[in-house]
Design a protein around this ligand. Structure first.
Ligand SMILES: Cc1cc2nc3c(=O)[nH]c(=O)nc-3n(C[C@H](O)[C@H](O)[C@H](O)COP(=O)(O)OP(=O)(O)OC[C@H]3O[C@@H](n4cnc5c(N)ncnc54)[C@H](O)[C@@H]3O)c2cc1C
Length: 408
C-alpha cells in the first residue's frame, strides 16, 4: 500500500479537502499540507501510521473526534454487487460511510480517503500538577485539547493544558522545549523506565522515579506555543512496548480513575487494602475471586494517559454513538515476558466492562470477547450488514474479526 501515497488538495463547495492515498503515512500527509498552510482536523500521539491504518482502527488524539469521524468519502476495492469479481466502490454517505470510516479492514482494501483540511494552527501548552481528577477536569474549560496523566506511585495528576493559540508563531523557547522534551522525556524517561522495570525489575527504583524524579522533570512555569504537528505528537514509537487503552464516557471517568488507581496499588502491593467502594463494586460484579490473579504481581511503570474524544459519527469506533465525550485511559508496559501485564490488563478489561461499559482500542491489545463487543456497540448489526454487502464471502476477514465482530 506504500505506493498508494498521493496527496491531492482540492476545493469543493468553497471548502478545502484532501484526497490521500491509503498507504500514505500521516507524517508525509502533514508535511505536504503544511506547505499550503493546512493540516488535518485531528492528530494522535505519533504520525508514523498510514492514514488507512489509523482511521480503520479509530485512532484519536485529545479534545477532538477520532480521525475516522472526519472522513468524507473513501474508495474501496471490494466485492459489492458481485461476490466473485472485485470492484472499486466509492463510499460517500449514509450507513456505508459510517461503517467505512472505521472498518477494521472488513469492507475491503481502502485505496483512497478524502478528509477536510483546516488551516494550520498553533497550540499553547503548559503543565499543571493536580491532586484530584476533578481539578484536572475543571482545567478542560480553558484547555480543550488537554490530555492528562495519572502518575503511578505518587498518584498525582499531571495535566498538559493545551489550547489553540491566537498567535501564529512559536513562542516561549519552543525549539528548546522540543529538544528538552525529546532528550528528557522521549529518550531519558523511557530509557530509565526500561532500565528500572524491564532490566533491573526493581519495584523500589520505579517508586523512587515516580515519587522523586518525575515531578522535577516538568516545569509548570514553562508556557510554550508551537505548531500543532509539533505540539501534539511525541516520539512514542522509539521503544517497543505493549499498550491497552480503555474508553469510558465522561460521567464515569472520575470513578474509573479512582478504581484504576486502587487496582494498580493492589497489583503493586499484595498488602494493599482496596477501598470499600472498589470492594463493593467487585463483589457486585462477582469479580472478587479473579483479583488473586493480579495481587502483588505487577508494578505499573508508565504514566496512565487520559485523553478526551468527542463522540464519532461511525458505527464501531471506540467513541461511536451517544452524545457524551469519551475518555481513553491507556496502560503501557515495557516488561517482558508480558504474562503479568496480560493478567492485569485482562482484569481491567473485564472489570471495567462490567462497571463502566468500557470499550477497548481496536488498534491495541484487545482481550475483550465477541460477546462483550456485541453488548458495547449498539450499531454492530448495521456494521455487519454493510460488511456482508461489501464482502459476501468474507474474503477480508481473519480469525480476530470473525471472533470479535461475530462475522461468520
Ligand atoms: C507507538 C504507537 C503510538 C500510537 N499512538 C496512538 C495514539 O496516539 N492514538 C491512537 O488512537 N492510536 C495510537 N496508536 C495505535 C495506531 O494508531 C493503530 O494501531 C493504527 O492502526 C496503526 O496504523 P498502521 O498504519 O500501522 O496500521 P496497520 O497496523 O497497518 O493496520 C491496522 C489495521 O487497519 C486496517 N487497514 C490498514 N490499511 C488498510 C487498507 N488500506 N484498507 C483496509 N484496511 C486497512 C487493517 O484492519 C489493519 O489490521 C499507536 C500505535 C503505536 C505503535
Amino acid at each position: 500500500m506504500c505506493h498508494f501515497n498521493h496527496v491531492e488538495v482540492f476545493k469543493r463547495n468553497g471548502e478545502t479537502r484532501v484526497k490521500v492515498g491509503a498507504g500514505c503515512q500521516i507524517k508525509h500527509l502533514l508535511k505536504a499540507l503544511n506547505k499550503q498552510g493546512l493540516t488535518i482536523p485531528s492528530l494522535g500521539l505519533i504520525t508514523e501510521q498510514t492514514i488507512a491504518g489509523a482511521t480503520a482502527t479509530g485512532t484519536h488524539g485529545s479534545g477532538k473526534h477520532s480521525l475516522s469521524h472526519y472522513i468524507e468519502s473513501l474508495r474501496v476495492a471490494c466485492f459489492k454487487g458481485d461476490e466473485n469479481v472485485a470492484q472499486v466502490a466509492d463510499v460517500n454517505d449514509g450507513v456505508e460511510l459510517q461503517a467505512a470510516r472505521c472498518s477494521l479492514g472488513c469492507l475491503g482494501v481502502i485505496a483512497e480517503i478524502t478528509l477536510p483540511c483546516i488551516p494550520q494552527y498553533f497550540v499553547q501548552e503548559k503543565a499543571t500538577f493536580c491532586q484530584t481528577i476533578e481539578e484536572v477536569l475543571v482545567l478542560e474549560k480553558q484547555a480543550p485539547l488537554q490530555q492528562f496523566f495519572l502518575m503511578p506511585h505518587s498518584w498525582l495528576f499531571l495535566a498538559q493544558e493545551r489550547v489553540v493559540s491566537n498567535e501564529c508563531r512559536r513562542h516561549g523557547l519552543a525549539g528548546v522545549y522540543r529538544v528538552y522534551w525529546f532528550l528528557v522525556i522521549d529518550l531519558g524517561m523511557h530509557l530509565t523506565l526500561k532500565l528500572f522495570a524491564s532490566i533491573l525489575k526493581s519495584k523500589k527504583l520505579i517508586h523512587f522515579f515516580f515519587r522523586r524524579v518525575a515531578p522535577s522533570l516538568i516545569s509548570p512555569r514553562w508556557v510554550v506555543i508551537d505548531r500543532s504537528d509539533h505540539a501534539l505528537v511525541m516520539e512514542h514509537e522509539l521503544f517497543r512496548h505493549l499498550e491497552i487503552e480503555l474508553f469510558v464516557t465522561r460521567p464515569k471517568v472520575s470513578e474509573a480513575a479512582s478504581f484504576v488507581a486502587d487496582i494498580l496499588k493492589f497489583a503493586d502491593d499484595a498488602n494493599h487494602k482496596l477501598s470499600i467502594s472498589t470492594h463493593e463494586k467487585l463483589q457486585k460484579t462477582e469479580l472478587l475471586d479473579s483479583l488473586e490473579s493480579i495481587r502483588g504481581k505487577f508494578t505499573h511503570h508508565y504514566p496512565v494517559c487520559f485523553r478526551r474524544i468527542l463522540p464519532d459519527d461511525t458505527l464501531i469506533s471506540m467513541a461511536s454513538g451517544g452524545s457524551e465525550d469519551w475518555y481513553a485511559i491507556s496502560f503501557i508496559t515495557y516488561v517482558e515476558p508480558r504474562d503479568d501485564f496480560y493478567a492485569l490488563a485482562t482484569f481491567l478489561a473485564n472489570s471495567m466492562f462490567e462497571l463502566f461499559g468500557a470499550r477497548i482500542h481496536w488498534g491495541k491489545w484487545f482481550p475483550q470477547t465477541g460477546e462483550q463487543v456485541n453488548q458495547l456497540y449498539p450499531e454492530i448489526s448495521e456494521f455487519r450488514n454493510v460488511c456482508h454487502q461489501f464482502d459476501p464471502k468474507g474474503v477480508f476477514r481473519n480469525a480476530f474479526i470473525r471472533e470479535k465482530l461475530g462475522l461468520e
